[in-house]
Design a protein around this ligand. Structure first.
Ligand SMILES: [Zn+2]
Length: 257
């Protein structure tokens, strides 16, 4: 069985003591590829070091996380542009909008997202979207700019059936399902049965949102197997089929452009 963790912050300080061991544990568990979404210019170096140590298994994205958009976001976006010019990134991410923590820079978050959508189109790279309490506005910006070149993923998706349908209608967009699907109170058991398997990719979002039975602890890519098991159960397919289909989806999304 082969799986792809499409969203894992293995460069986080939380892995300072055992980063390479954590990546090796994931590889040993069948997580063949790990896709690393960047946060801001402070994390680029650690991310690229992890990728350099495991070039067959780890792949880097470049972008500015909405929680790190502040009055200096123009400088941060210049960093994203400079890095993109090197040609070594598989996606723009993570970007999006976050209305949960702080609304001080809401307008700047919108502008940063718009600029990163433009970069995704220019470089023909998929875009990785964070939509915490902001699905409608994120969706609207994507729908407004959508064309044949734009593709991507609504990461950490825990929305409604209506929201999943809206993502499906965009064409070329996927939903990323993570540890929340294993929590008793999540709505995935109601929503996912009607979502076509060809729009699902798996993710841990490590070090955050560890799946059951590790809930509350540090998450790592090796735990993706628990998420895959739960999603297979909800979808009523074998773990092998779920692994194969979601791996195909991830490869299509990240290599199609
Ligand atoms: Zn993330």
């Amino acid at each position: 069985m082969k799986l792809i963790d499409t969203h894992t912050h293995l460069f986080s300080d939380k892995f300072a003591e055992d980063r390479h061991a954590a990546i090796q544990r994931a590889i040993d568990a069948g997580i063949e590829r790990m896709y690393l979404p960047n946060i801001c210019s402070d994390t680029t170096e650690a991310m690229n070091a992890a990728v350099a140590a495991f070039p067959e298994h780890c792949f880097a994205m470049i972008g500015l996380h909405p929680c790190h958009v502040d009055e200096n976001y123009a400088t941060e976006l210049a960093h994203v542009r400079n890095e993109l010019a090197t040609g070594k990134y598989i996606a723009i991410g993570e970007t999006g909008l976050d209305y949960h923590w702080d609304l001080t820079f809401k307008d700047q978050q919108h502008d940063a997202l718009r600029q990163q959508i433009a970069l995704a189109k220019e470089y023909k790279l998929p875009i990785v979207l964070h939509t915490r309490e902001s699905f409608d506005d994120t969706y609207e910006l994507i729908a407004e700019q959508n064309d044949d070149t734009l593709s991507g993923v609504f990461h950490c998706f825990s929305g409604t059936a209506d929201e999943a349908n809206k993502v499906a209608k965009l064409g070329g967009f996927y939903i990323g399902i993570g540890g929340v699907a294993t929590f008793k109170k999540s709505n995935h058991a109601e929503v996912l049965p009607d979502v076509p398997i060809n729009m699902i990719v798996l993710e841990t979002d490590s070090p955050y949102l560890a799946p059951t039975p590790y809930r509350g602890k540090r998450n790592e890519s090796a735990y993706l197997t628990h998420i895959a098991e739960r999603v297979a159960e909800i979808k009523g397919v074998s773990l092998e089929e779920l692994a194969q289909r979601t791996t195909e989806n991830a490869l299509k999304l990240y290599q199609s452009k």
